[in-house]
Design a protein around this ligand. Structure first.
Ligand SMILES: [Zn+2]
Ligand SMILES: [Zn+2]
Length: 466
């Protein structure tokens, strides 16, 4: 039986993770993520698969970030009718993440069609709608961590902790070949050790082939301890000035982590108790999934759940769903913290908060997430004197504080250490999910370990020796 991996997406780039493992006649898809790029490329890449979706036997999901699960509704539109395997929290989070993504697709296409109409071009259909995203949920099957499960005749799946976000997993597939069992581990995305709430990433035994991410293949993060000090100082300075703290944040994980961190600082009296508002309907729903899945957190958090009613501090927060309540925040004065999406300040309610608060030097804009090039978030990080919001220029007078240490991805030393610990039976490492400079940096580090690391291109097929 020949075993191959086809790297269909998320190769030599960060988004659109999708890899096809074929073992004889059996075909298993690892992740089905959305690719982000300029609009035409976005539609072209995400609408076409490098395989026939109807020929697949199963799909295995690493976690609920859209660049890993966001193209599942298209897969189902193209005829996929098999199971989608995920951990129970990932299944719970996808229940909100996928319909929200459908909603974003519909909104985006409305905007595109307005422009197309002006240009006399025909209207376009969204990649998928909210309804279509909801339909894909019925194919989800949850599998507990560490439980070996047959996904086809010759292939078993086991999920291990990835420590990246709630529910994230390193998927290990055991393929029965004539020469014995071949083990492939898929560690994309991989988290960090000692992060609050989450368990540390686990290292499965006897891996033969490893597919690993490289978002930060050549960079190291600051320590979380230093970040705590920086966060405390920034909040206290703003409280003294009587200003507001505006935190642009992704709805999933980063928002919940920020809330947890700030509540901890309040509990330990490092900062005064001031109101915290989470202004994102998606974040509110996802926070509920966090509460319901408390047993998947690390030991400290689990014990706290048995002891306290609300260890994550989520009860101190005002959650805002309606647009009117969101707008009312503009009229309120005094120190407060507003956490709102989108994470890169490109759309969503955060834009209103920035528009209303960016010109006041008493306020602080606290950046805790990655900002891509050409986004409003990046322009704020670069402290441009003026920034454009809703088409109008605004003076950037608020204080800007950037904290990078909250990253959910393993950094250079974390990735190298992970691979070192997988050695033994490891024959080859495939480096994916990274910009080329970052993947190259990881490759040169792994070469020193004699591991023949390889950075596959999109569409490349590799034969695996059993
Ligand atoms: Zn991720
Ligand atoms: Zn990712």
């Amino acid at each position: 039986m020949s075993v191959t991996i086809k790297f269909c997406g998320g190769a030599r780039t960060v988004t659109g993770s999708m890899h096809l493992v074929s073992a004889g006649r059996c075909k298993i898809l690892l992740d089905c993520g959305l690719f982000y790029g300029h609009r035409d490329e976005y539609y072209a890449v995400n609408s076409n698969f490098a395989f026939n979706p109807q020929s697949l036997n199963a799909c295995i999901l690493s976690h609920s970030h859209i660049d890993h699960c966001g193209n599942l509704p298209t897969l189902i539109k193209r005829g996929y009718r098999q199971n989608i395997y995920a951990t129970p929290p990932t299944k719970g989070l996808c229940r909100y993440m996928l319909p929200d993504s459908g909603f974003v697709q519909e909104k985006d296409i409305k905007y595109v069609n307005k422009i197309n109409k002006r240009k006399g071009l025909p209207p376009r259909l969204p990649l998928y709608t909210r309804k279509e995203a909801e339909k894909s949920l019925k194919y989800f099957r949850s599998i507990q961590y560490h439980r070996k499960f047959p996904v086809s005749k010759d292939i078993d799946l086991t999920f291990f902790e990835a420590g990246h976000i709630l529910g994230s997993a390193v998927s290990v597939i055991d393929i029965k070949t004539k020469k014995g069992i071949m083990k492939i581990a898929y560690a994309v995305d991989l988290g960090r050790k000692d992060m609050p709430l989450l368990k540390d990433p686990e290292i499965p035994n006897d891996i033969n082939y490893l597919i690993i991410e490289s978002t930060y293949g050549g960079r190291n993060h600051g320590s979380i301890k230093n970040a705590e000090g920086k966060l405390t100082d920034a909040i206290n300075r703003t409280i003294k000035r009587g200003g507001k703290i505006i935190i642009p944040s992704f709805a999933l994980e980063r928002t919940q982590l920020a809330v947890f961190f700030i509540s901890e600082l309040m509990k330990r009296k490092k900062i005064k108790r001031i109101p915290i508002y989470v202004d994102s309907p998606l974040a509110v729903n996802l926070t509920d999934v966090f509460r319901r899945n408390w047993e998947y957190f690390d030991d400290i958090t689990r014990e706290a759940f048995l002891r306290e009613k609300d260890p994550l501090g989520y009860d101190n927060i005002a959650y805002i769903r309606s647009v009117n309540s969101s707008k009312r925040l503009n009229n309120e004065t005094g120190p407060m913290i507003i956490i709102s999406a989108s994470g890169m300040c490109e759309n969503g309610r955060i834009l209103h908060h920035l528009k209303n608060n960016i010109e006041n030097p008493n306020n602080t804009i606290l950046i805790i997430g990655y900002m891509a090039k050409n986004t409003l978030g990046k322009r704020i990080v670069e402290k441009n004197e003026q920034v454009r919001i809703f088409g109008q220029l605004h003076e950037l007078n608020a204080e800007v504080v950037v904290i990078n240490a909250f990253s959910a991805h393993a950094d250079e030393s974390g990735l190298v250490e992970y691979v070192k610990n997988c050695r033994g039976r490891l024959r080859k490492v495939f480096i994916v999910h990274g910009d080329e400079d970052q993947s190259e940096a990881l490759r040169s580090n792994l070469k020193k370990l004699n591991l023949k690391p390889r950075i596959p291109s999109r569409g490349e097929v590799v034969f695996l020796k059993s």
